[in-house]
Design a protein around this ligand. Structure first.
Ligand code: NAD
Length: 376
């Protein structure tokens, strides 16, 4: 039967991926590079608007490094909805090759074609990039000092429901099935990344979030392996929660500031981090890092906001999200001082510029002007 063959193929692909994880190489050492190439991808919808402001800020912040060729900001064209549809490819091959020539990426949001809009069934560009570049850790900080909130989410980025999201089966008109995958190597590396961060930042508490009571094989494995990794970090307090109660915990003012570092499988991480970003002031305020051993990609946590474009208010998009991502990128490549400078300017702009996401607030350009003026 066709679907049995399909299932066999999925299993073979996943077994091959397990081998690739086992053989993956060490982390890029940016201090050893003569030149760091930062690929800039504008994306769709509000992407080009917020990326334009990020480029202005980075060009100013890194002007010495750019003029001495220590850093190159390289435009990567072609990761647009139009080009992806024209080439019927999630990430066209020439674009992927250009991306692989960069060390790190600052990426605008990309639209995933939807069935409802009668567009071809192309996979999310992000899912493809995370898989192709093996960006296994999605790191999303949420910080609200006045509410005593200092959270960092380590979301597994290459497995769970998303890895096989476009490989489900329609068995017949009555039954559709999707698949979820958890591997030992994939789970251990995200857990290790989270515990290493917790240790490096003063042994913060680590909370594991699953639905292991229901998804016994995949989430059960994820939970067990996280506890196994935790044994290497005896000074760190670890607990575990089901994702539904964690969604409630984040809005529970009595307990939420007790949480520090979270480890979550892909889908729960996606949902919980949007909730956390909303508590911080909206998805327009939150950046994220997609980190692998060789490559890393930094982006806003939100999407291309097509409704803002349709309502003609795209210019009011908040560029804080992509600027926060740029700050994380600078930190990742070892430019800590520049990252601190950008963070300070960003905090000042957030305190002084009223961003509402519509004409009652400031534009992305006015916000970035303020950030530029505050870079000292
Ligand atoms: P979205 O995140 O694009 O937008 C939801 C709403 O959030 C917007 O209508 C707007 O009100 C608000 N918003 C988002 N960014 C903002 C900003 N910078 N400033 C102010 N307000 C902002 O979510 P969606 O509409 O569900 O998704 C749109 C498309 O983006 C879909 O095709 C989706 O697949 C894609 N997407 C891409 C990424 C990515 O590339 N990383 C992430 C999420 C969604």
């Amino acid at each position: 039967m066709e679907y049995i063959k399909h299932l066999e193929k999925i299993i073979e692909e996943q077994l091959a991926r397990v081998e690739r994880i086992k053989n993956s190489h060490g982390f890029t050492d940016f201090t050893n590079l003569d030149k760091i190439v930062i690929g800039i991808i504008d994306g769709d919808g509000i992407g080009p608007i917020i990326l334009k402001e990020a480029k202005r800020v980075l060009n100013e912040l890194l002007k010495d490094e750019i003029s001495s060729c220590k850093i190159e900001l390289r435009a990567i064209d072609g990761l647009t909805l139009e080009n992806r549809i024209a080439k019927n490819a999630t990430v066209p091959e020439d674009v992927l090759n250009a991306i692989k020539e960069c060390h790190v990426l600052l990426k605008g949001p990309t639209t995933t074609p939807s069935k409802a809009a009668n567009l071809p069934n192309i996979e999310s560009a992000n899912v493809t990039l995370r898989r192709e570049l093996d960006l296994f850790a999605n790191v999303r900080p949420v910080c609200i000092p006045e509410k005593n909130i200092d959270w960092v989410f380590y979301r597994e980025n290459t497995e769970g429901e998303y890895a096989l999201g476009s490989k489900g089966i329609e068995i017949n008109e009555e039954i559709s099935m999707d698949f979820k995958v958890t591997t030992t190597g994939g789970t251990k590396r995200i857990a290790k990344a989270a515990f290493e961060y917790a240790k490096a930042n003063g042994n913060k508490n680590v909370s594991i979030v699953t639905k292991a009571n229901i998804m016994k094989k995949t989430d059960g494995k994820f939970l067990d392996l996280c506890y196994q990794v935790a044994k290497d970090y005896p000074n760190i307090h670890v607990d575990d929660w089901y994702v539904d109660i964690m969604a409630a915990n984040l809005v529970n003012e009595q307990i939420r500031s007790n949480f520090n570092v979270f480890i979550l499988p892909n889908l729960y991480g996606d949902i919980i981090t949007d909730e956390a970003a909303q508590i911080q002031g909206g998805v327009g305020t939150a950046g994220s890092a997609n980190v692998g051993a060789q490559y890393a990609m930094f982006e806003a946590i939100h999407g291309s906001a097509p409704r803002m474009v349709a309502d003609d208010i795209a210019e009011y998009a908040n560029p804080s999200s992509i600027l926060k991502a740029a700050e994380m990128m600078l930190r990742h490549i070892g430019y800590t001082e520049k990252a601190d400078k950008l963070l300070a300017a960003l905090n000042l702009a957030q305190a002084n510029k009223h961003m509402t996401g519509d004409a009652s607030g400031e534009t992305a350009a006015a916000f970035a002007d303020y950030v530029l003026s505050a870079l000292v």
